[in-house]
Design a protein around this ligand. Structure first.
Ligand code: ATP
Length: 457
């Protein structure tokens, strides 16, 4: 199979657009920044909310076999003993600067990465978890950790969810939340940071059906990215080699995306077997068995875990959406973001700042923002305003001109094709809703017509 051609997106350009237009800023910037921490600005926060909402809709809202959860970040420290995080991350570690695999320094034979031959960092007694203290006294007994993954919150609530929802296997728990890792190597913008957000599913199944469910989730999750606009050629599945598998995993695949720095993990999907519930049963003393009423069997469920990152998804969606197109003498920069993800669904643009036009435009804006995030812009020429909206991925611009005052119609301009249609104001909401849900609208609303001067910027 031939590898897809590498993406042309330049990370520096994307970082600059994100900062210039208010998607993402370096954290604590006026103090010189804080390494590998990022703040999502007015547009970034909308993009992130839309990604999380799309994920929640697909994996919780539209399914019978899933329940949501929001567990606390600080958890009982024994959880990290049971999960293996305390032990697993307290060795002297070196990390490959190229592929980021970590190795026990005391087990290494050479001084290069055994996997790819890359250069290694200096060894450090390293625990990936951020440690803090609970209560007023800073002593060993009050140590707690910022969670390095959201998963454990779902394992330890397995019985609570089972009892309160009366769900039967197979079923899953889904959670979105912040995680913290004191990463050795960070970088590549929001790809690897020390504070990040995860969207994780723990899907509990009967042992023996795990392989089938594993394949199901690989498919499901890959398609989620494609449905939201990521080009298929920029995605691939990579199975972990045996020696790469985490201590708990029976099998694991990464969904990789062709980021500007190369193919890298976007989401990990693991078959965790019965490791987690067995460990928590052992450490907590609680019985974590599931009773199958049909077969009258007791067993510990196996877990399939699709684990995605909100920030990495945001980066992938932004990279995939970024485009530069020749436009007369200039270059049109645009984000082809899927309408579901676009920070603003539309922008209302009065042709001039004349009082009567502004009043009509404000009315349209007030009406549309009841349903969606809609921007309002009356500064500079209409062409410039279109470009500004293109650059932040706004799918539709609604222009109110002098004719609108007479015929009660407005123009809708499509970001990608730059085509325009003219529709009556009282059908604007339904037209926009149809367009945002992907309808081509060959049939226009009553009174609507194709705008004659197509592509007039
Ligand atoms: P990597 O090796 O690339 O750091 P990982 O294999 O340690 O990632 P997992 O533990 O599988 O990552 O976490 C699941 C998902 O959480 C990842 O696919 C990624 O999207 C996200 N994620 C993990 N660590 C980070 C981080 N430091 N910054 C941003 N996102 C992260």
């Amino acid at each position: 199979m031939t590898e897809p051609t590498p993406t042309k997106i330049d990370m520096d350009k994307l970082v600059s657009l994100c900062q210039r237009r208010g998607f993402i800023f370096p954290s604590s910037e006026i103090y010189g920044g804080l390494s590998s921490c990022w703040d999502y600005g007015p547009l970034g926060v909308e993009l992130k909310r839309n990604i999380k909402q799309a994920w929640w809709q697909a994996v919780v809202q539209q399914r019978d076999d899933m329940a949501g959860l929001d567990a606390s970040i600080l958890m009982h420290p024994q959880i990290w003993a049971a999960s293996g995080h305390l032990e697993g991350f307290s060795d002297p570690l070196v990390e490959c600067k190229n592929c980021h695999l970590r190795w026990r320094a005391d087990e290494l034979k050479g001084n290069t990465c055994p996997s790819c031959g890359g250069e290694l960092t200096e060894p450090r007694q390293f625990n990936l978890m951020f440690k803090t203290f609970m209560g007023p006294v800073e002593e060993e007994a009050s140590v707690v950790y910022l969670r390095p993954e959201t998963a454990q919150g779902m394992f330890v609530n397995f019985l609570n969810v089972l009892d309160t929802t009366r769900k039967k296997l197979p079923f899953g728990i889904a959670q979105i939340g912040k995680s913290f890792r004191n990463e050795i190597t960070t970088g590549n913008f929001i790809f690897r940071s020390r504070e990040f957000e995860q969207m994780e599913i723990e899907f509990f199944v009967k042992p023996g059906t795990d392989k089938e469910w594993f394949d199901y989730w690989l498919d499901e999750r890959l398609n989620w990215y494609v449905k939201l606009g990521i080009k298929k050629d920029n995605l691939k599945l990579r199975q972990h080699m045996k020696k790469e598998l985490a201590h708990y995993a029976l099998d694991c695949y990464d969904i990789e995306y062709l980021f500007p720095m190369g193919w890298s993990e976007l989401e990990g999907i693991a078959n965790r077997g019965d490791f987690d519930l067995t460990q928590h049963a052992k450490y907590s003393g609680k019985n974590m068995d599931y009773f199958d009423e049909e077969t009258k069997e007791h067993f510990i469920p196996y877990i399939i875990e699709p684990s995605a990152g909100v920030d990495r998804s945001a980066l992938a969606f932004l990279c995939d959406a970024y485009a530069e197109e020749p436009d007369k003498e200039e270059i049109r920069v645009l984000l082809h973001l899927h309408p579901t993800l676009a920070p603003y669904k539309a922008a209302v643009l009065p042709l001039s700042r004349r009082e009567n036009l502004v009043a009509a435009a404000r009315k349209v804006h007030a009406d549309l923002r009841q349903c969606w995030m809609v921007s309002y812009d009356d500064a500079q020429s209409i062409g410039r305003r279109y470009r500004r909206q293109d650059e932040i991925g706004t799918p539709f611009c609604i222009t109110i001109d002098f004719q609108s005052l007479e015929d009660e119609q407005v123009t809708i301009r499509d970001r990608d094709s730059m085509n325009q249609i003219r529709v009556p104001i009282d059908t604007l909401k339904t037209t926009l809703a149809a367009k945002l849900s992907g309808e081509e609208l060959f049939v226009l609303p009553p009174g609507g017509k194709i705008w004659l001067e197509e592509k007039k910027g």
